[in-house]
Design a protein around this ligand. Structure first.
Ligand SMILES: [Zn+2]
Length: 306
């Protein structure tokens, strides 16, 4: 049943078909908001369970990268990511539109299947904000703002924006920048002690590191190198998922053309748009796909995201 569902989803990529996914009622808004946030953080939603069955094992990572992911490192990455995600949701609550969130999850998970981190379960959601932006917490927690979705014109652009964030997770940009490891190597960071449930000092160190990650996402940004790497890797994910690989570049052009007050956070935390757009143009040219005719899936996007 699930395999069939996903096969239809992939088919829709090509045929621009519509999928029928249930809508939820609008009663009990606040309670439901808390409930949905909990579902998001702890991964119990139906959509995630369905997608989970399609996770493939192996592939996408070098042997060196695989050996670097010990079980305790992955546990630390996920636990850390959950805490960062909770802080993001405290600042920017999820939108009250479960149908749109489900749609974003389906698109995001289609991309994440090609990202080579089968040990992670990816979670996507749409958050309230004045700004056009998206955020990725370690472990697979990905957020996109409603204004970002509002400027997109088709599903491939949504996939492109999510692919950039998936790449931040799979390439472990925050994990590496903050040296989050589950092993004794990073005992000084306190993460190991926190995971073991020992001591207030460990908890404080853990909380401080979570704060640093939130500051990175909302103020300081990652390195320019990591951002350009996420654009490049995200564009490869787009192509391997079957979407038009020029979509991330198209989306960035729309972001650049947005009202300035909507771009405060993204401008201060990411490299200049022209640099990103030009780098992607070079990459698309070298991939031989500058004038791609691969699917953009506009009709389904307009039906599900407007
Ligand atoms: Zn980024």
């Amino acid at each position: 049943m699930n395999k069939l569902f996903y096969a239809f989803w992939r088919m829709g990529l090509r045929a621009d078909n519509d999928l029928v996914i249930h809508n939820s009622s609008t009663s009990g808004k606040i309670l439901r908001g808390i409930f949905l946030a909990a579902l998001f953080l702890f991964g119990l939603s139906l959509a995630h369970a369905e997608i989970d069955n399609f996770r493939v094992r192996g592939g996408g990572q070098s042997e060196q990268e695989k050996t670097q992911n010990t079980v305790s490192d992955i546990k630390a990455e996920i636990k850390f990511g959950q805490n960062v995600a909770a802080r993001i949701l405290a600042r920017n609550p999820m939108i009250e539109n479960q149908s749109l969130i489900e749609y974003v999850n389906l698109v995001g998970n289609a991309v994440a299947l090609h990202a080579g981190r089968p040990e992670l379960k990816f979670h996507f959601t749409v958050i309230q904000s004045k700004h056009v932006n998206a955020y990725a917490a370690p472990g697979g927690y990905i957020f996109i703002t409603k204004p970002a979705i509002d400027i997109m014109q088709d599903e491939s652009e949504l996939a492109g924006a999510l692919a950039h964030e998936v790449a931040h997770v799979t390439r472990k940009h925050i994990v590496k920048a903050l040296k989050i490891k589950g092993s004794e190597i990073s005992a000084q960071s306190g993460i190991t002690r926190f995971l073991g449930g020992v001591g207030d000092a460990g908890r404080v160190a853990f909380s401080q590191t979570v704060n640093k990650a939130v500051e990175m996402l909302f103020q300081d940004g990652l390195s320019q190198e990591d951002e350009l790497d996420a654009d490049k890797t995200g564009t490869i994910y787009l192509a391997t998922t079957g979407y038009d690989p020029t979509a991330l570049r198209r989306y960035l052009r729309r972001v650049k053309a947005s009202k300035r007050d909507r771009l405060k956070v993204i401008s201060s935390t990411h490299p200049p748009f022209n640099l990103r757009i030009n780098k992607l143009a070079e990459q698309l040219k070298s991939m031989g796909v500058s004038k791609s005719r691969l699917p953009t899936v506009r009709a389904r996007f307009l039906k599900r995201a407007r």
